[in-house]
Design a protein around this ligand. Structure first.
Ligand SMILES: NC(=O)c1ccc[n+]([C@@H]2O[C@H](COP(=O)([O-])OP(=O)(O)OC[C@H]3O[C@@H](n4cnc5c(N)ncnc54)[C@H](OP(=O)(O)O)[C@@H]3O)[C@@H](O)[C@H]2O)c1
Length: 288
């Protein structure tokens, strides 16, 4: 049995979908089982067991992991993320889980300039020390994040950022779900660290040009200083300060370390990754 932590979230939800498409049963874990059950599609319902689990509560984790051989671990960013993930790893080991697939992030290093990535590094180290078989997925920026730009593009025709003209790797979360499903169902893939990207790195200037072309009206990229972006995210978008800081740090990472695409998605899945162009066309209504 495969247990999925974060099954109601972006990557966990994508994995649930990918496993269902393969006809593989899974156990979806959430703090709110009723809400998740109402969101399951007809295809998923017969294959997916929904169980309660709260990473703040070790007993709930042990109960939720009982009988599972593999665990997919994705956790929302937040101040308690490292504590939650390390507790989940310990509870999984106690419950007899044999293999954990963890969603990590680029630059997961002890001195990373991105605080969230330092946290992911700490969790990766905990995972290595656990003695369990483990596979680490390090996706770059989710294409799904771009939907947050929709309102500003629609209302003002602007993309706001602080990434200058740096290229940025975008990956469609559905490809992350497909890679995770492959790792969980193909033993030869277990044990690696996989950096996941789309097929091209695209900066905000080029993104604005693509949106201009697709929407048939001008979309401009407005490049802000990092502190201006942080203030705008806190004051206008009402993000908590730690999240605004995270967005700024991620964008500065793209500036300080040139990003180029990896071949990983194609190598694992035997097909090209989903493209940014296709993603934008599919979700164009969100930018109108
Ligand atoms: N966004 C990006 O571009 C990007 C890029 C690279 C890496 N990442 C990494 O990807 C990871 C996963 O992101 P995601 O977007 O899939 O996450 P998400 O959708 O924000 O959240 C995943 C899940 O975390 C669960 N959760 C939160 N607190 C919990 C708790 N106390 N106990 C149990 N579950 C809890 C929630 O489930 P319930 O509410 O149902 O309990 C939620 O569905 C993050 O750690 C992030 O650092 C993100």
């Amino acid at each position: 049995m495969i247990a999925i932590m974060g099954a109601s979230g972006t990557t966990g939800g994508a994995l649930l979908h990918s496993l269902t498409a393969l006809g593989v049963p899974s156990r979806a874990l959430t703090r709110d089982p009723d809400r998740l059950r109402t969101h399951l599609g007809d295809a998923a319902r017969p294959l997916v067991d929904v169980l309660p689990a709260d990473a703040a509560d070790t007993d709930s984790l042990r109960a939720a992991f009982k009988g599972a051989r593999q665990l997919f671990l994705a956790m929302a960013n937040g101040p308690a993320q490292v504590e939650f993930e390390t507790r989940a790893i310990d509870a999984a080991a106690d419950a007899g889980v044999e293999h954990i697939v963890k969603i990590s992030a680029p630059a997961a290093e002890p001195n990373s300039p991105v605080a969230v990535s330092r946290g992911h590094h700490a969790v990766e180290e905990h995972l290595r020390a656990s003695g369990l078989a483990h596979t680490v997925l390090r996706p770059y920026a989710f294409m799904q994040n771009l939907l947050l730009l929709g309102p500003a593009v629609a209302a003002q025709g602007v993309v706001l950022g602080a990434m200058r003209d740096a290229p940025c790797n975008w990956v469609d979360c559905r490809d992350i779900g497909d890679v995770a499903a492959a790792v969980l169902t193909r033993p030869e893939l277990v044990g690696g660290t996989y950096a996941l990207t789309g097929s091209e790195a695209v900066g905000y200037g080029d993104l604005a040009e693509t949106l201009t072309h697709l929407l048939g009206r001008r979309v401009r990229y407005v490049d802000l200083a990092p502190h201006e972006l942080r203030d705008s995210l806190i004051q206008r978008a009402q993000l908590p300060s730690w999240l605004a800081e995270h967005v700024v740090e991620i964008q500065q990472l793209a500036v300080s370390r040139t990003e180029s695409p990896t071949e990983t998605v194609a190598r694992v899945l035997g097909r090209a990754p989903r493209t940014l162009d296709a993603f934008l066309r599919e979700h164009l209504a969100r930018f109108r």
